[in-house]
Design a protein around this ligand. Sequence first.
Ligand code: FEO
Length: 408
Amino acid sequence: MHPLPILLAKDIYFIGVFDPDIRTFDIVMKTANGSSYNAYLIKTDEGVIIVDTVKKEFQDDFFHHVDALCSYEEIKYVIIHHIEPDHSGALPELIRRAPHAKVLISPQATMMLKALTNTEEINFETIWTNKQLKLGDKTISFLTTPYLHWPETMSSYVHEDKLLFSGDVFGSHYYDKRLFNDKVGDFSYAFTYYYDHIMRPFQNYVRQALKLYERFDIGLIAPLHGPILRENPQYYIQLYTQWSHKQKQSGQKILSIFYLTSYKNTQEMAQSIMEGSESVEGIITNMYDLASIEEPNMIKILEESDGFLIGSPTINADAPKPVWDLLSCLMFLEKTGKCAGAFGSYGWSGEAVEHILSRLKSLKLKVPPLEPLKIKLIPNTIELQACYNYGVEFAQILNGKMIEIDMA
Ligand code: FEO
């Protein structure tokens, strides 16, 4: 597929490629509408700047676009905002073809650049916030926007055109060759889905990036995937602002108890824990049966929770699949500061609780060092009282009670 280079601002062209057939991205994302790998080319009377490249398997189309606009001798700079292979796949061949090109990357991308090109002999320079590139009539300010969604990610702003190259920020996996947001179909679902799966785990960093973007008068956003946002770009900035600021009622802490139960034993434990936690002022506790909750709802509930507990029976020495589904949702969330724990009833050996606790710790959640709450078969009155006490203690910790927490 060879769409012609598309002009998006004075002397700035889209030279990306379309991937309409991709249905899964990065293993975990569904891409029902395909995607695009956006790259750009800036022409000036002092030379050419390439902004990002594309996935290697599409590099022929990418070079076709470059060929249509300039000679490789003219390329002075290649800006790489994000070195993930869907944007750097064509970089080794581009460097080979463009003898005078200097690669501009964030310092965190240096090792990956060397690994990608398999050489130490690269003409490159590192860039960060407040550094500028001036070439011909274009002035580009670089912005360090890390963890959106890799440690090395960057954005940049072209002053003369009020254009923000945002990296993966404001992207969508949405193929539509009409390209501009005022021309393509309704991509709101894809835009939201992309935020939820790529940006949501890094909301602190989203807020930091938005603060940097505030310095500029943004008239056009050119992300690395999906539509270019030229009509009302502020709308998309507002969406990110809204999504990245949690609305919490002051002073309250939310504890969510997820449980899975075969014979209602783990459910009874959950109920007693809930009663205990609710006795602590300022704690709102909700219970959810993992057998009947959809993944998008799990993510939403986990995001709104200050702490959560997972109750699981043990089946064949492990926690059943719905528990692991819940745990896998944590990859889409900002986990900093969240408290977590586990409990469960079991028949023979009861390994599920330890497995869950181990997973929670490895994800760097705050797991209070409470005695693991495991009960053999049907909880008796004394054991239910222990569950109640556990709920009280966990809620107090959630409320700020000082305790040594093992974050190993
Ligand atoms: Fe689009 Fe994070 O690569």
